[in-house]
Design a protein around this ligand. Sequence first.
Ligand code: 5GP
Length: 211
Amino acid sequence: MNQSADSLRDEVGGAPLPGQLVIVSGPSGAGKSTVLRQLLECCDLPLEMSVSATTRAPRPGEEDGRDYHFVSLEQFHAMRENGEFLECMHVFGRDWYGTLAAQVDQALADGKWIILEIDVQGALSVMKRRDDTLSFFVHPGSRSELEHRLRSRKTEDEQAIQRRLEVADEELSALSYYDYEIINRDVNVAVSEMCQCLKKSAREGKACLKS
Ligand code: 5GP
């Protein structure tokens, strides 16, 4: 992961790297946020996280505008009616989440690699609407490991954990729609694989991932 964005740019012919829409999904508790935080720190591509709007309450330590734009249900529906979302979904039958189209468009225009960490339904809807996506499915390898992780982070009650596990079972069946599968048993390995894959895609195009 030492190659700089400049040397990568030299390899792709000296032209500025074009922007890229990157989708990352996977069951809640798969460690996506940790992987992505580390990816942003150590993968030297012009990566940017998309900051979604949500009606969910902030968790301890979460900041408005950094982790999410925390909005009321009324605000969310107004934004939806104004066409502000690239996609939006009612996730876990409880809270609304939406990707802000303006942030994505601006990032792509600026040559950024904008990462959408979104649920499978949202991801499939973006993939259907656009053919310029590069998609990753991150999961911990087994259901028992997922359950263990969900319980040990102690952020949800039992009902929410059960709901997240049911959704995870459904989501796993969508794995084949993604370009790349990342099994997150070891965060460093997962981050390294993802970074290599993004760089390979910058050099060779998306098709290389499917081979
Ligand atoms: P959490 O509440 O744990 O932050 O996120 C719950 C789920 O909502 C995760 O699967 C996350 O990927 C998904 N999510 C977050 N933002 C969005 C979004 O803008 N759109 C969609 N469709 N899903 C989102």
